[in-house]
Design a protein around this ligand. Structure first.
Ligand SMILES: [Zn+2]
Length: 69
């Protein structure tokens, strides 16, 4: 998949393709009857800058975009 969205880091100003950034998605797992169930709640996607390693959240336009991944 090719991502053409440009993202700018609010900390160091690094700007690059969405695919250059790292992503961390916080998910809580529940163990139900020895099976792991994923939490249904929506959580924000944390974007990590490849240059300064600071994490930040994307604004709304991007949030909609990434929820489809
Ligand atoms: Zn940065």
């Amino acid at each position: 998949m090719v991502l053409l969205v440009k993202i700018k880091c609010p900390y160091c100003g690094f700007e690059g393709e969405a695919s250059e950034f790292l992503y961390m998605y916080e998910v809580t797992l529940y163990v139900v009857n020895s099976r792991v169930e994923r939490e249904e709640r929506e959580r924000p996607l944390l974007v990590i800058c490849p240059k300064c390693r600071e994490g930040f959240f994307l604004d709304n336009p991007y949030k909609c975009f990434y929820s489809k991944l």
